[in-house]
Design a binder for this molecule. Structure first.
Ligand SMILES: Nc1ncnc2c1ncn2[C@@H]1O[C@H](COP(=O)(O)OP(=O)(O)OP(=O)(O)O)[C@@H](O)[C@H]1O
Ligand SMILES: [Mg+2]
Length: 255
């Protein structure tokens, strides 16, 4: 099955950032006049130098922080953030005393979901990331890549509409990172998920995304938005193609 997924202005917006400015209490202007619209099922990456406000923007989009001025609209209604969103960070942040199954059950447990439904959904989420043989393991028994998979499963278990990922693969070796790219794209293509992904890695951004948002610092703002109009699924051929090299070059130039 060839699934074409390109960015088009479909009018099917999930989230809209309206002129967001963020000034922290110490005076740092982390974001200035950021405008960005993201469509349902889009995969959008944010790249830019350290301190340009990528994490700040992601937190504000997810409703974990408030803008100083401007608004974030989710699903057409103005809100502090989006209800149905999950976050994945670079550090998997698992509870060492819980099995991986119990770690993935936790978000549902906190919502008051029945024990049985927690178990079923957590098992299902762990299976999606290839960990069905590890339900009873503890985090210390897993590799870094496996811990990240658990973290992704924990984010998916509550069936979010938007997945916010802040440098999730930054600490992984290249081979593990590439495997996780493929797994993440598979999950994304087989769902209605919208993904907003922060990375320092231009190759990663081009490989994964429908669009790459290039930011600059002092104050943090959007410099350019580069569409990666290549079909999905993507594979190693794309990585070695001229088109890939050209995209990487135009983003590197913009940086
Ligand atoms: N809680 C805070 N209080 C004050 N300043 C902050 C706070 N969080 C971030 N900043 C500042 O805001 C700016 C943007 O920070 P942010 O963490 O969003 O950048 P980033 O692009 O994610 O950087 P990195 O690539 O290093 O993760 C930086 O100058 C940072 O020092
Ligand atoms: Mg950051």
């Amino acid at each position: 099955m060839i699934l074409m997924k390109k960015f088009e202005a479909s009018g099917n917006e999930v989230i809209r950032v309206n002129d967001v400015t963020k000034q922290y209490d110490n005076g740092t202007l982390a974001l200035r006049n950021v405008r960005l619209t993201i469509d349902k099922r889009e995969f959008v990456s944010l790249v830019g130098p350290s301190g340009c406000g990528k994490s700040t923007l992601l937190r504000i989009m997810a409703g974990l922080d408030r803008p100083t001025t401007g608004t974030v609209e989710a699903m057409g209604s103005e809100t502090k953030g989006i209800d149905n969103a999950s976050f994945v960070f670079q550090d998997a942040n698992l509870m060492p005393w819980r099995t991986i199954l119990a770690n993935v059950e936790l978000p549902l447990e906190m919502q008051g979901t029945s024990k049985r439904e927690c178990r079923e959904k957590a098992q299902n989420a762990l299976s999606k990331v290839g960990l069905s043989a590890y339900f009873g393991h503890y985090p210390r028994q897993l590799s870094g890549g496996m811990k990240m998979r658990v973290s992704i499963a924990r984010a998916l278990v509550s069936e979010p509409k938007v997945l916010y990922m802040d440098e999730p693969f930054g600490a992984l070796d290249e081979m593990t990172r590439q495997r996780l790219h493929q797994e993440l794209l598979d999950i994304w293509m087989n769902s209605d998920l919208t993904i907003v992904f922060v990375t320092h890695n231009v190759f990663e951004a081009v490989y994964l995304s429908d669009r790459v948002v290039v930011m600059e610092a002092h104050p943090g703002r959007i410099k350019q938005i580069i569409p990666i109009d290549e079909p999905f699924p993507r594979n190693k051929d794309f990585l070695s193609s001229n088109s890939f090299g050209e995209r990487v070059r135009s983003i590197t130039d913009a940086l």
